[in-house]
Design a protein around this ligand. Sequence first.
Ligand SMILES: Nc1ncnc2c1ncn2[C@@H]1O[C@H](COP(=O)(O)OP(=O)(O)OP(=O)(O)O)[C@@H](O)[C@H]1O
Length: 325
Amino acid sequence: MLNVGNISFSYQDELILKEITFTLEEAKHLAIMGESGSGKSTLLKAIYGLLELDEGNIHWKNNEVLGPSYNLVPGEKYMKYVAQDFDLMPFTSVSENIAEYLSAFEMETHQARIDELLSVIEMEDYADIKVKNLSGGQQQRVALARALAQEPEVLLLDEPFSSIDQFKKNELRYRLFPYLKEKGITVINASHDPNDVLPFADETIVLKNGAVLAHEPTLELYQKPKKKYTASLFDIVNQIPVSLLKEYGTGDNVILVYPHEFEISKASGFEVYVVNNHFKGSHYLIEGLSNNGLSVFFTNRHALKVSSQVFLNVSLQLVNKRLQN
Ligand SMILES: Nc1ncnc2c1ncn2[C@@H]1O[C@H](COP(=O)(O)OP(=O)(O)OP(=O)(O)O)[C@@H](O)[C@H]1O
């Protein structure tokens, strides 16, 4: 169990992390989401033991994570932190970069381990290429393999796919995260990207201005976001007054609705005029405007005629679920 107990941290006089407390079971995958500057990287660095905390403490399996004033080389051995700068050996090959961290006791299995890790990062064909000749995204993948070579119990990932193109990113996610699960590695992944989070993270922490706004199972957080800030990390989100969804009553309540949650009708519901269609591949994201000037985003498989009138509906079940928040 990872136990983060009421930690606060400042850079100079500016308080960056504010009384953060949470626990994480072994082998779980935790995502940390939040807008730019909310403190995601700083929290990962604190957990890894790179920062001198103002207050609070961090324990992994009852061992305290000690800060830089205790450890000559900061960072705990059982954890690995894959940062946004890759810290590789540029003049040696991909294989050598990975092999550097394999234990001397497993000499016979070295090649098999290197092959396994090259396959996780999908770089079998680059084994003998010098790292300095790789692209930024390829270097980021080698940094991941180097971290995994050290068999960490806890892997801290800071935007692990930030330099990797969309095409490779998708393949890599579906290879890496299940691999980490299979190996029982505890993962904390700081990411802006819901595609890194929704399919893989057992639980998610939302940070805002250095404080924890929410910590819940990922599915629950997505389905019942309490704040617009949280829902906006996953998708575009509309704030719809319940009074506009006529059948469901009046009052000042506002509910959060993701674009795909609207059902379109030609006859009844909440009336909007189509302003714009945005092609998204599998569907269109359509911008509409209500009579009272509310801008609404909804989805449809096809584009709709600009200025045409449509009616939007939301299921009663969804209204009730969101009203409970
Ligand atoms: N070395 C530093 N010295 C002073 N302030 C810093 C330092 N590093 C980060 N900060 C500040 O701490 C705050 C949190 O930064 P952090 O990098 O943790 O945010 P983040 O959520 O990871 O952002 P991003 O998503 O853009 O990477 C920001 O206001 C940032 O300016």
